[in-house]
Structures are given as C-alpha cells and as structure tokens.
Design a protein around this ligand. Structure first.
Ligand SMILES: Cc1ncc(COP(=O)(O)O)c(C=O)c1O
Length: 284
C-alpha cells in the first residue's frame, strides 16, 4: 500500500507505473473524467466501452474490447457519474477477465463505503495479483481537501508504483496522513449517518425526477443520479440556477443523459427539483 495525494494521484501512479505508448486501456463510458486524461498522459490509448442500460459496467463489453494491445481496464463501483453498483457476479467476472487475459484491473473504489443497496465487493478479492485498488478519504470522510488516498496491490506492483510516486509526489502530506489514520481508526458512526442521509436524498431525488417524467435507473451508491434528459434540458437547468452536468462530459455514451450530484442539503434539493420540473416543461 502507498499513501497518495488523494484518489487522483492513486489513479495516476497506478496507470503511469503499468501502461505506456502502444498500450490500450479500457475505460467505462460514461466514466470519471480522469480515466481518459490520465491514460493519455501515459501515452496509452483510452478505449471507452459503453455501460449497460442500467448504467452498470458490462464485463462482456470489456472482454469484447480486448485486443493484443490491451494492458489494463478500469472499473469503478459505485460509479461516478452513474451511481451504479456492480453486482457480485460482475465483480467476479472482472477478476476472471484480468486473470485469463493477464491484464491489470484498476478498481476505483473511492465510493466503496457509500452503498445503499447491494454490497460493495472488490475484484481484488478474486484476482489479488492483477488488481490495483484505488481508494481515498475524500468521499467516505468528506476529506476531499486533505488530499489523502492510497493504492493497494501485490508487492511487485506496489514497488513499481513507488518508483513513480517517489518522484511525482515524494509522499502524501504528513498532517493528512495523521488525519486519515484518525478517520480510519476512529468511530465509524459518522459514516453510517452520512450514508443514511445520502440514501434519503437519493430517494427524494429519484422520486422527484420520476415525478417530473424523467427516466432514471436507481443509483445504488455514491451521490449521483444520471437521468435520461431531453435536448436543451441541461442548458435550461443551468440558466435557472441548477447546475447539472451534461452526460457527454463523461464520454460519448453519456450523450442524452445528465449527471446530478445530491451531495447538498435536502431543502436545496427540493428547490432544485422544482426548478428542474420547470426546465423540463420548457423543453417539451
Ligand atoms: C470515481 C472517482 N475516482 C477518483 C476521484 C478522485 O478523488 P480524490 O479527490 O481523492 O482525488 C473522484 C473524485 O471525484 C472520483 O469521483
């Protein structure tokens, strides 16, 4: 394990240490924006693979996209921007694919503690040699600004990542490491309370979006919802003061969707839903 400057550095060193020019890295589409950018920084080529209609990452689609140049694939559950949680069968399939094709599986688990339905499982349980787990305090403990994350992997992989880490970062800041140790070893009831609150907000947002008339798969984790939206909806929302992100910001397959974050107060969400209802009516 290496303590890193947030999940961002963890993703960076995982990719930089393992892939480079001539390699392909399969990434979820829509997916967290850093996957595409960090892959390109290494000189490798990102290969976006569309998620399923229920927004979960599809192991079969990953396997279909494998070529002789594929070096790695990235999975992310619960997902940003989707909120989708991979079921155990899919997690086992990710591990099998990594083993059978001898690929690196980068498993971004920064939302792993924020799950409402189902359970969070890691491909590292089934393919420990092939998996690099990326995690952080940012989401679980609302410590984004502290910049503290980590990579966990087999010793040879940690050794490779350490070579990158020691030159790009030297070390995660000492105060942040002490704060993370306190967060991880202290009472966890604050996390449970936060997750309960997120679940109530998730229900409020999903019910509200469906009342408006939007189709949205129920997000099972993280704090995002990704409804299908009509053309012009995102602009109408933004003009009315509600910030939603167009799905295509997360990849071509995100077109026709919008990402909403419900990491804000319930009253604000109620107001935002009312405004989104007006925005929807305006583009109908
Ligand atoms: C899926 C995912 N991975 C990684 C990160 C990076 O997290 P950090 O703030 O710890 O760098 C984020 C932040 O939004 C994220 O959504």
């Amino acid at each position: 394990m290496i303590a890193t400057a947030g999940g961002s550095e963890a993703l960076h060193i995982a990719l930089e240490a393992h892939v480079g020019a001539g390699d392909e890295v399969i990434i979820p589409d829509p997916g967290f924006v850093a996957y595409d950018a960090l892959t390109k920084l290494t000189g490798a080529e990102p290969v976006p693979v569309p998620v399923r209609d229920d927004l979960t990452i599809d192991p079969a689609a990953i396997e279909d996209a494998i070529t002789e140049d594929t070096a790695a694939f990235i999975v992310n559950s619960p997902g940003n921007p989707t909120g989708a949680v991979s079921p155990l069968a899919d997690v086992e399939a990710f591990a099998r694919i990594a083993r059978e094709h001898d690929l690196l599986c980068v498993s971004d688990e920064v939302y792993g503690r924020i799950v409402f339905d189902g359970e969070h499982r890691s491909p590292a349980e089934f393919a420990p040699e092939q998996t690099v787990v990326v995690d952080a305090c940012s989401k679980t403990y609302s410590m984004t600004g502290w910049r503290l994350g980590w990579v966990a992997a087999a010793p040879e992989r940690v050794e490779r990542m350490l070579r990158v880490h020691q030159y790009v970062q030297a070390c995660a800041s000492a105060p942040a490491q002490y704060a993370a140790a306190a967060a991880l070893s202290g009472p966890q009831d604050v996390v449970t309370e936060m997750v309960d609150t997120f679940e109530q907000r998730r229900d409020l947002v999903v019910d509200g979006l469906r009342d408006i008339g939007l189709d949205v798969p129920t997000p099972e984790g993280a704090f995002y919802a990704m409804p299908e939206v009509p053309e012009g909806f995102v602009d109408e929302c933004i003009e009315r003061g509600v910030v939603v992100v167009p799905g295509e910001a997360f990849g071509d397959a995100g077109e026709g969707y919008a990402r909403l974050s419900y990491a804000t107060a319930t009253e604000e969400l109620e107001e935002a839903l009312e405004i989104m209802g007006e925005a929807y009516a305006a583009v109908q």
